[in-house]
Ligand binder design. Structure first.
Ligand code: SF4
Ligand code: SF4
Length: 377
């Protein structure tokens, strides 16, 4: 079904612009592509979309950009979206990096995946030092909806974005979902459509009237048109040159937990035969084996998991021959039993002073470390 739509706002290039801030593994890249195709094939618009990756690894930051303009105009800019009309944040852990909010204007509508209460969200946004305006903030518990509908976070967020933008018919979004995901994953199409509708229905406009009143007097003249105000763009607090980015989704910080999608592997030690299959299967060095005794013999023994580094792919659960690893709901295990940080991955600040912003475990960083310490490589 093709609908002609009217863009609610455009910049001086005639474009309506969207930016998706996400973590590798949540499907923002595919979501961006679907939004791009949606404009072109179903909304009678010109559109362009592309993504940017920090690295190929699941758990690292991913940003996707989409532009729409009227059918009879050309999109003449192909750089990242700086001042989005719609900003979609796929995980509220990303709010620890104020850069995700960079470039918001009084026309920006924000969609945020979070399970926080409105009060806490207000406080979290408020805590960041500087303020910028935005037009509206929609929130939804996207992961919970994805789990309930057996879909993925990206389709749930797509439904929420359709609601927040207000000019795209839900039916058109369902069509693009059916065309794209129906071809790739036909068995999962019904679940994905349910996730899309779930996101559309669950996205709630957050009232921040208290903040608005409070911030009106504090916003600058340039910001005065905004309804409310939140955190700083990077312009106000630029990243130090050559510095580290100690935020979620960053390989250096080793915390990949936001890339999990509601499930974790649970370890039942008494069933473990220390075969090591989980360790050789896990892509992220999560399992902690140490010398120990098992059935009267000295051997490497599985001591637990480094959940900071587990991205929840559950490959270990599939390979474990004794069901010593089982799939569990993360929300039911907030205090993770058998959690054991991987000591080899823990870096003190002086490590980076000596080595610079090195990767944490690539063979190249290992070699660099050896060279710096004067070792043979
Ligand atoms: S695969 Fe299962 S049995 Fe083997 S070491 Fe891992 S947890 Fe233990
Ligand atoms: S789910 Fe299992 S295999 Fe996947 S990252 Fe976590 S520990 Fe490793």
């Amino acid at each position: 079904m093709t609908e002609s739509v009217r863009l609610p706002a455009v910049n001086d290039m005639g474009n309506y612009e969207i930016r998706l801030e996400s973590i590798g593994g949540l499907g923002a890249n595919l979501c961006g592509k679907m939004l791009g195709e949606l404009g072109l094939r179903h909304l009678h618009l010109n559109s362009a979309s592309f993504s940017s990756y920090g690295s190929e690894k699941t758990g690292t930051p991913v940003t996707a950009y989409i532009r729409y303009c009227d059918w009879d105009k050309d999109i003449r800019v192909h750089s990242p979206v700086v001042h989005p009309h719609l900003l979609c944040i796929f995980h509220d852990a990303l709010l620890s990096d104020s850069g995700v909010l960079a470039g918001c204007t009084k026309d920006t509508v924000i969609v945020l995946h979070t399970t926080d209460t409105p009060d806490r969200i207000e406080k979290r946004l408020y805590r960041l030092s500087h303020r910028i305006p935005f037009q509206a903030l929609y929130t939804l518990p996207a992961q919970q909806i994805a789990m309930e509908t057996h879909s993925r976070i990206n389709v749930v967020m797509l439904g929420a974005m359709v609601k927040a933008m207000g000019f795209i018919p839900l039916l058109s979004a369902e069509d693009i979902c059916s065309e794209t995901l129906g071809k790739k994953y036909p068995d999962a199409l019904a679940a994905n459509l349910a996730g899309l509708r779930g996101g559309y229905e669950a996205a709630k406009l957050l009232s921040m009237a208290k903040e608005s009143a409070d911030t009106t007097s504090k916003t600058t003249a340039g910001n005065a048109g905004g309804n409310t105000a939140v955190a700083s763009p990077t312009a106000a607090s630029p990243m130090p040159a050559g510095g580290l980015n100690p935020h979620f989704g960053n390989s250096v910080a080793n915390d990949l937990s936001p890339s999990r999608q509601g499930y974790i592997p649970l370890f039942i030690q008494e069933r473990c035969i220390n075969c090591g299959l989980c360790d050789s299967t896990c892509p992220d060095m999560v399992f902690q084996f140490e010398k120990g005794m098992y059935r009267g013999r000295e051997m490497m023994v599985n001591r637990g998991l480094d959940y900071y580094h587990c991205k929840g792919c559950l490959r270990c659960v599939q390979v474990c021959p004794t069901q010593a690893l089982v799939k569990g709901l993360e929300s039911e295990h907030p205090h993770k039993e058998w959690f054991l940080p991987n000591q080899e991955l823990i870096r003190r600040p002086d490590y980076y002073e000596k080595t610079g912003a090195d990767g944490y475990i690539t063979s190249e960083s290992y070699l660099t470390e050896k060279r710096i310490e004067g070792g043979e490589v």
